[in-house]
Structures are given as C-alpha cells and as structure tokens.
Design a protein around this ligand. Structure first.
Ligand SMILES: [Cu+2]
Length: 273
C-alpha cells in the first residue's frame, strides 16, 4: 500500500469509529444525560485530592534534603522539576504568592505555612525550624500555566518522638487570646460545603486584615493519608468553599491577620456520609 492509500484507509476506519461513537453517545443520551456526566467528570478532574505524591501533572518535587536536626534552624531548599527534568522557573501568582509551602508533622501537629524565595536557577529556599522530632510532611502548593498542583514529600527529624492524638472534633478553638468558631452546621462527604468562621476577643468581634488576598487562609488535611484539600476563600469574609471527598476526620488550619500578625487556629472536623 502506498502511504496515501494507508492514510485513506486510516481515515475510513477513523470515520467508522467516530460514527459508531456518535450513535452510541446518542443512544446513551436518552437514558443518561451525557451533559450531566461530563460536568461531574470535569469537577472531579478540576478538584482532585492533592498532596499525596511527589510527582503529579508532569511536575516533581525535588527536596534538597530529607532530614533535619531537631530545633535547629536550617535552609530548606527544593526545586519543582518539569517533564524534561529541568527546574521550573515561572510560576503563577496564587493568593498573592507564587509558592505556598505547608509543613506539618504526620500526627497533624506543628503546622507551618511559609513563603519561600525563588532564585534565578529555579531553587526555592526558606529558613525552617522543626522544634520536635518526628516525620514531617512538606507540601509545595503552586500553579504553572493555570494548572494548580500540590506535591509533597517527607522530612525526618531523628530523636525520641512523642506523637499526639488528634484532638476530638470541635467547633471552637483558642489561639493567642482569640476565640475562633466554626459557625456552620453539618459537613457531608462529596458535597460542596461552605465553612464560615468568626473571630472574637473578649466576646467582641475582631477586625481582620487581609491575608493573602482574602480575609483568611484555610488548609484542610485528611487524617491518615494527609490528603491536601483545595479550598476556595471568599474575598470579604471568613468563608471557604471545599468539597470533602470522604467521611472521616480532617484537621483544619485557619489563618487570619490582626494588627499585622498572622494567627493560626486548628480544628478537627468530622465529615459525615
Ligand atoms: Cu501561602
């Protein structure tokens, strides 16, 4: 067969396949609305569980070290490698920053949220102090060409570990003299939920400053695998939208800014079926 004939044969087969697919699609459409199925698939694809892997979406988190000494400040540096193995140097601005680094011990204690600096060779660097021994999860949360990605790896701090039980679910938390309440009711798995918080001091509402382009920042991690949930903040209030994929316990870290200082309140949230 000449190459032209091969091409024609291929085109004929292609036409046949597409024709059959179109008929099948039409037949299915009468029973099950394909538009609804497509929307479901898109929202699943747009907001998957993140932070379970060192490599995803063609990017790889490359930590310069995976061990640190307890309570000794060190420079944590890392690169985000692209498919070609070269460090990525252009990142999108998300919540006013190009990189959000979340560090938390595997038992969900010791939460830190840092903003490393990018040098021209594609290396991100931040000073970090880990006051207790244990295994820490390091999440790099960023976006490249409009595609958001969260990668994670572990960092070990050798020494005797006293791990903590996850605190029981609670709708209120105290931090630095502030009382923070989660004012919503029930959160169900696999449904979009709005989480609203209020912050008071001595029973009076506290005026909040903007933090990272919103009234606050919320990180939600699933107990067990520390899956990192994508949370959308509201610009004008402490309201966040998230879809919790499964029932179970999650740890929420709410950050807000008062008089130039950032405070973190942590909650255990029970998501029901
Ligand atoms: Cu950040």
């Amino acid at each position: 067969m000449t190459s032209a004939a091969k091409l024609a044969a291929f085109a004929a087969v292609l036409g046949l396949v597409f024709g059959v697919a179109a008929i099948a699609g039409g037949a299915v459409g009468r029973i099950h609305d394909p538009a609804v199925a497509a929307t479901d698939e898109m929202s699943m694809a747009a907001d998957p569980i993140r932070g379970l892997s060192v490599s995803e979406n063609g990017f790889t988190l490359d930590l310069a070290r995976r061990a640190a000494q307890r309570d000794k400040t060190f420079e944590l540096s890392f690169r985000i490698l692209g498919k070609d193995g070269r460090p990525v140097r252009r990142f999108d601005l998300e919540h006013t920053k190009r990189m959000h680094l979340i560090v938390v011990r595997r038992d969900l204690s010791g939460f830190q949220h840092l903003h490393p600096r990018l040098s021209s060779d594609g290396t991100w660097t931040t000073p970090l102090t880990l006051p207790e021994s244990g295994t820490y999860r390091v999440f790099a949360d960023f976006s490249v060409d409009g595609s958001p990605t969260t990668l994670a790896d572990d960092l070990q701090v050798d020494g005797a570990v006293r791990s903590r039980e996850l605190p029981p679910p609670s709708k209120s938390a105290e931090t630095d003299g502030f009382r923070v309440r989660l004012t919503d009711g029930t959160v169900r798995a696999d449904e979009e939920s709005a989480l609203t918080f209020d912050v008071t001091r001595d029973r009076r509402p506290v005026p909040l400053q903007d933090y990272l382009g919103a009234k606050g920042h919320l990180v939600a991690l699933r107990q067990g695998d520390l899956a990192f949930l994508h949370v959308h903040p509201d610009a004008n209030s402490l309201l966040f939208e998230a879809t919790f994929p499964t029932a179970g316990l999650y740890r929420l870290f709410l950050q807000f800014r008062v008089a130039g200082e950032v405070h973190t309140a942590a909650f255990t949230l029970e998501v029901i079926r």
